[in-house]
Ligand binder design. Sequence first.
Ligand code: FAD
Length: 337
Amino acid sequence: MQGKDLYDVTIIGGGPVGLFAAFYAGLRELKTKVIEALPQLGGQLMALYPEKPVYDVPGFPEVKAKDLVQALIQQAERYQPTIVLGQRVVSYERKNDHFVLLTDTGEEHLTRAVIIAVGIGAFRFNTLDRPGVREFEGKGVYYFVKDFEAFRGKKVLVVGGGDSAVDWALHLHPVAEKVTLIHRRTGFRAYEKNVQQLFASPVEVKLHYELKEIRGEDQVQEAVIFQNQTMEEETLPVDAVILALGFRADLGPLAQWGFEMDGRYIKVNARMETSIPGIFACGDIVSVEGLGNVKLMATGFGQAAIAAGAVKSYLDPTAKIFGGHSSDLVPKKKDRS
Ligand SMILES: Cc1cc2nc3c(=O)[nH]c(=O)nc-3n(C[C@H](O)[C@H](O)[C@H](O)COP(=O)(O)OP(=O)(O)OC[C@H]3O[C@@H](n4cnc5c(N)ncnc54)[C@H](O)[C@@H]3O)c2cc1C
């Protein structure tokens, strides 16, 4: 059974930093597993902003978040780590020379060391307790936009007044047949420039409106909205409702593992060691001694390389954290001439 194999290192979290840690662990010849709670890799990039361009990843002047994730997956795959999707690690047990990680599906994963790269923790999108919302999830009710093309030619209702709501409405109106945005207040929690653009765009913006109900047969067909001052109702024919109401993220059971914490972040030293021997951490979840928390991929990638090297040196004290350059360590492609 795959779960019972003993791995050198198991990376909890398949976000960008976890994926790069998987590449580096492979480079250091560690038998590596990645466990990701969501059904997909890519962390916040895929779950929250797959279509957004990112400008501050070294070597990429501009790259779409989802394309960066593809590149990170391809890079990690060089060493064929075992990838486990859809399992959330909840607890661990320490045996003599290894850990047993237990996931929410009841599976056990055996590993000699652990790298925690859980980012902002497992996230859940905020929803609305209104008739039709749950019923039409996956049938026209969305919590985030993964691919603008999926909305081509559709009538879309966006609910919310934050950055994502404004951003998605702006990106969707050129592809959708019609985009309506409703917000329950007048003030937006979004970049001013984008809000100005929104009001200048063809998006129909309705302030002081809220969602009452979603109706349809097999798919969303209409949304009932109401003006929250006059309580006047209106029925909109729609194919898709995007609830851009933010999300909650929490460390969940990992917060009870007994790490030394700095607020909601796991404390690590310069070697990315947590207060629990054999468990390392990197990325958005860490507060580095003398530095604190920096939520940037550029810093997270550096921490991932250090964490993999520190795991190597933990498992083999004769090994150094710096193990050499990839240009020397990766076997050259065979000369085809
Ligand atoms: C809208 C937006 C725009 C951004 N733009 C930029 C930018 O331009 N440049 C930049 O550098 N950064 C940007 N960031 C920040 C960047 O996305 C984060 O720094 C980065 O995603 C951190 O990577 P990570 O791998 O540490 O964590 P995450 O991306 O959060 O990934 C962690 C993964 O761990 C999984 N996980 C959590 N708990 C468990 C568990 N118990 N078991 C298994 N899996 C678990 C989660 O499901 C998730 O997939 C942006 C963030 C947002 C929200």
